[in-house]
Structure formats: structure tokens, C-alpha cells
Design a protein around this ligand. Structure first.
Ligand SMILES: Nc1ncnc2c1ncn2[C@@H]1O[C@H](COP(=O)(O)OP(=O)(O)OP(=O)(O)O)[C@@H](O)[C@H]1O
Length: 245
């Protein structure tokens, strides 16, 4: 039995994108599987199609080839997205920015917002405006807004890359905790192979020539933080995607 056959999966079948007027594909055909309730990280050199893949999954782009097979009941699922720049509304407070998330018919309950503010360590900053927050806090609000939307799937495009090392480590741990608690299905795009290895239950390594590869992460979360354990896998990924990023 394949590793991902233990759970229902979002099945990506030869999915690719070529923009009209361009010869090179933005995403060369990719076949991969995203098991529900897990984190799939996507890593690769700049321009290999990471954001394009995320946009295809979000249905913001129409594929030029291939298909996404959704598990039963997921065809119309709304998704929450988190970007590198947090895109908060500057005139709204932290609480208002988080509760602003209304996706489709999914209601946001007051106690959900209070719980999220507490979980994210933002309770005492709830009435502040984005301009009054640190970079880490701003990104927490963006994540809070995405979690608040209560969607089963979260698409994250390099959400931690603008943060300092310590804040990034904190948020990586927190993401892991929320994802486990809430059983979200997460697609997480990153430039950083260490981050891809730390967070990913599986890792999609993209290459512009289409020789993509998906590897299962055999290491448990605790082990993944030990660089001596992750070193061989990291070498494998770096070799595959073509050297240092
Ligand atoms: N709307 C578009 N029209 C034409 N080409 C595009 C468009 N969007 C992206 N591309 C091209 O498709 C390729 C993949 O872009 P994409 O943004 O998916 O890469 P990426 O791996 O996310 O890169 P980075 O790590 O630099 O963000 C690039 O060569 C890019 O120039």
C-alpha cells in the first residue's frame, strides 16, 4: 500500500499551466497526492511553478493540462490563503481583521474569535491597528484570519519568509500545533528546504523541466527538528531540485 493510501487524498494528475503566448510552462505537468489532514510542502527554485500550483489549487487559474481529483464533497470547498505579505486592512483592528474573514456561508462565531486571539497570543493586542504591531504579530493576524474562516484547507505561500529566525521558528511550531488540532489540509510553499522538511508530512520538489518528485517525510515532528536526522533527506532534495536554492 502506498503511504498516502491510508487517507483520502487530493489527487493531482498531470496538472500543468502554460500561459497564452508563452512557450515555457509556468508549471510543467505534476502528478502528486495531498492526503487530507496533512501538510504538503512545495519547494523548488524560483520560477519553477510553486505559486502557480497554489493558484491552480485555489482555482484562481484554469489548468492548461491535467486535472485535480477532489475527494467526495470537496469539489467546491472554499480555501483560505496566507501570503508572504499579510494583506491586512490597515483601518481595522486586530479583532476586526480576524473576524472580517467570511468565506461563503461559513459563519464566524464570537467565541471562535476569542479562542483564536488567545491561541495566537493576540488577546492583549486585539484592539490595536496593524501599524501598531510587530512583523510577527501581523503575520499571526493573517494566519488567524485564515484559521477563522474555518475552511478545511489552507493554502500558504511563503508565509514566514519575511520573518526573523526566532519568530519563524515560533510560528512553524504553532502552525504544526494548529494543523494537528484542527486537522487542516495544508499546502505550504517555501524556498527554504529546512522549512519544507520540518513542516511537511510530504514534500513536493518542483523542477522547471518537469522532473518533479514527491517524497514522504518518514520523520516524526520531533525528529524533524534534529538536523542530524534531516541531513540525508535535505541532501536528496537539494540534489533533486538542482543545488543550492
Ligand atoms: N500571469 C503570468 N503570465 C505569464 N507567465 C507567468 C505568469 N505567472 C507566472 N508566470 C511565469 O511562470 C513561472 C512560474 O512562476 P511562479 O510564480 O509559479 O514560480 P515560483 O516557483 O512561485 O517562483 P518564486 O519562488 O520566485 O515565487 C515563472 O517563469 C513566471 O514568470
Amino acid at each position: 500500500m502506498e503511504w498516502h493510501e491510508q487517507r483520502p487524498v487530493i489527487s493531482i494528475q498531470g496538472l500543468g499551466k502554460i500561459y497564452t503566448g508563452y512557450l515555457q510552462p509556468a508549471l510543467a505537468p505534476l502528478t502528486a497526492a495531498m492526503p487530507l489532514g496533512t501538510i504538503t510542502t512545495v519547494v523548488g527554485k524560483s520560477g519553477c511553478g510553486k505559486t502557480t500550483l497554489l493558484r491552480l489549487l485555489a482555482r484562481l487559474e484554469v489548468p492548461s493540462m491535467g486535472d485535480i481529483e477532489w475527494p467526495e464533497g470537496w469539489e467546491q470547498t472554499t480555501m483560505a490563503m496566507v501570503f508572504q505579505e499579510p494583506r491586512l486592512l490597515p483601518w481595522l483592528t486586530v479583532r476586526e481583521n480576524i473576524s472580517f474573514a467570511q468565506y461563503g456561508d461559513l459563519p464566524v462565531r464570537a467565541n471562535t474569535i476569542e479562542r483564536l486571539l488567545q491561541e495566537l497570543g493576540l488577546s492583549s493586542a486585539a484592539e490595536r491597528l496593524p501599524a501598531e504591531l510587530s512583523g510577527g504579530m501581523v503575520q499571526r493576524v493573517a494566519i488567524g484570519r485564515a484559521l477563522c474562516a474555518n475552511t478545511p484547507m489552507l493554502l500558504m505561500d511563503e508565509p514566514f519568509s519575511a520573518l526573523d529566525y526566532f519568530t519563524r521558528r515560533e510560528l512553524q511550531e504553532e502552525l504544526h500545533r494548529w494543523q494537528t488540532q484542527m486537522e487542516k489540509t495544508v499546502l505550504f510553499v517555501t524556498h527554504d528546504v529546512d522549512e519544507a522538511l520540518l513542516l511537511g508530512d510530504s514534500i513536493i520538489c518542483l523542477r522547471p523541466d518537469g522532473k518533479h518528485k514527491q517524497i514522504q517525510n518518514p520523520l516524526s515532528w520531533g525528529k524533524r527538528r534534529d538536523t542530524s536526522c534531516t541531513e540525508p533527506l535535505k541532501r536528496d532534495i537539494l540534489q533533486h531540485i538542482g543545488g543550492l536554492l
